[in-house]
Ligand binder design. Sequence first.
Ligand code: ZN
Length: 210
Amino acid sequence: MKENALREALVMFGESLYARGYAHGSSGNLSVRFSDGLLITPTNSCLGRLDPARIAKVSPDGSHLSGDAPSKEAFLHLAMYQARPAAQGIVHLHCTHCVALSCLAHGSPEDVLPPVTAYYVMRIRRLPLIPYYRPGDRALAEAVREKATQHHAVLLANHGPVVAGRSLEDAVYNAEEMEESAKLFFLLQGQRARFLDSAQIADLDKHFPS
Ligand SMILES: [Zn+2]
């Protein structure tokens, strides 16, 4: 896609996520990989009201090249892109059910959302939890980079998800699937829920290899 089309796609998906309550206030940020850098939503911008001309362009090392100042969370995107060369789009949200999930005490941080549906398994598969870091702490980038070599989706404790995709659209759909799956998980609390078993997951892996 050409740069202008990518800018328009960032605006369109931002507006859509905001309109449906996946983002609020100035929370959340979206990016696409572009030639030798990335286009990312500006700092303090509302995803519902992005201006394509003001979207920030940054180099692979995070230097600001043009547009408004990039999101203060751009370093999360850079870390994920560095760990995953095939990733073309990244979505980071503070969406309610994922944040709620990120605040629970989990027995194992390796996979914190059970396989509620085949669609969740096909899009996310496993969701590791990354420990809490204060906003802006660069140590978080290292933690994300380390987990992202094995996972295209991670959950930041008491914060929210960072999700990559083969395109911006794919990353958005992955993030939406994760948020809806977290919502289902909470709807099922206190009920006799049955999640997919290991044979069913192996069958999905066979028929829908990632
Ligand atoms: Zn955030």
